[in-house]
Write a protein that binds this ligand. Sequence first.
Ligand code: MTE
Length: 326
Amino acid sequence: MLIKRNPNGIDLPFSSEITPRAVFESRRTFIRKMAVGSIASASMLEMASREAFAQAPGAAKLAGKPNAAYATAEKQTSFKDATTYNNYYEFGTDKADPARTAGTLKTRPWTVAIEGEVKKPMTLDIDSLLKLAPLEERVYRLRCVEGWSMVIPWVGYSLSELIKKVEPTGNAKYLEFITLADKAQMPGLRSPVLEWPYVEGLRIDEAMHPLALLGLGMYGEVLPHQNGAPVRIILPWKYGFKSAKSIVKIRFVSEQPKTAWNIAAPSEYGFYSNVNPDVDHPRWSQGTERRIGEDGLFAKKRKTLMFNGYNDVASLYKGMDLKKYF
Ligand code: MTE
């Protein structure tokens, strides 16, 4: 697996070199690296050996009305794959870590504070968020910057429903999503692999696009912890890292906010991060992807589509040089 040292001297594990074998081995490699290096080696080893299960047995059902506009004939990723192959660095950097360690996440009570350039700032608890708009089921492809993708039936509603409630002022040009960073619940915070909290951002017209989903569930259940419980965003035309998990605050701001991966490696992860097969990552091609679940030895990679196939969003970027604004 290709690992690059960023200017802070921290290994960035995002990689195109992911094969089933590499996936299998990356955990050991990472632990070894942590042990050889001086960074938090003891705590990471302790975290890696913990056997806590994130998905509580008998998770609460959460149905959404299927939205035909966002249905797909594509085969859905299995629940097992979608909940055991995760990026959620607050719970460890290996794909298998969050399913094991996110059991410590406390999802109730939970509030999301909405503040900044809005006429009606408010703090909503999770029950108010569940009732804010009719829940829909939407099947979205999610394409990770590492070169893999999944097809997942999400439950939620357009983020625009929430935005309309708080009435943004004329100065609100961007949204900043701030996620939970609690050392008591999140063992991964002991590692400085990213700056915490994990933050993401969108231009307000991107956030208002009907495709941008406020996610509360998947596969007819509340979100499993490892997938970003109890509330996250899902932006299927952007690389997966834009879809921030476990959101606690949304700030409406006038300037483009900083984002976690852009802070970690600005030359590799831009603000926009639209899926774009014509703009390679500096260290690997973005032209193809591996669909999780199609991992056989002879499984063919799929061609990655512009905006991950969600061409409706193209008008948001009219006139922009997407090589510059990657
Ligand atoms: N949100 C937080 N708070 N922390 C993270 O590490 N990882 C991102 C994104 N949201 C991440 C996050 C990345 S890199 C991806 S690919 C998606 O979550 C993965 O979502 P999934 O595990 O539900 O597939």
